[in-house]
Design a protein. Structure first.
Length: 122
């Protein structure tokens, strides 16, 4: 079974994006980048923030997720990078490069698909 870690922006998670619920709903519905798991059982192992600007702490934070779950025999098998990083972070290029270089598992750029486009359009 795939065990997912979603990584997002510290300044957006549960703040700009309340409750991180769009990622969770997207996963529950298998929509957006989670459509690849249609019909499959998956587990969410964590919602990890980047550690704040400019994302320098991301590699130690990934290592901490691993250490934190090792005693239970749990391991992340897929990493998703949320739209708050992919589409909105000014440091996204470096941040994503670091995550891909160090994760050791597949890293998917994307999570929920619910980006508002025309907020005031009737
Ligand atoms: S580095 Fe990017 S993802 Fe992290 S807090 Fe800053 S803007 Fe958000």
């Amino acid at each position: 079974m795939e065990k997912l870690l979603i990584i997002g922006c510290k300044r957006a998670m549960d703040d700009v994006c309340i409750g991180c619920s769009r990622c969770l709903v997207g996963l529950n519905r298998r929509e957006g980048s989670f459509s690849r798991y249609a019909g499959q059982e998956v587990e969410l192992m964590g919602l990890l923030n980047c550690g704040d600007c400019p994302g320098a702490a991301i590699v130690p934070r990934l290592a901490q997720v691993n250490l934190w779950n090792k005693p239970m025999g749990e391991q992340v098998t897929k990493v998703h990078i949320a739209p708050c990083i992919v589409d909105h972070c000014p440091y996204s290029e470096t941040l994503i490069k670091k995550i891909k270089a160090k994760a050791g598992v597949e890293v998917i750029e994307g999570a929920h698909p619910y980006i508002p486009e025309n907020i005031f359009a009737p």
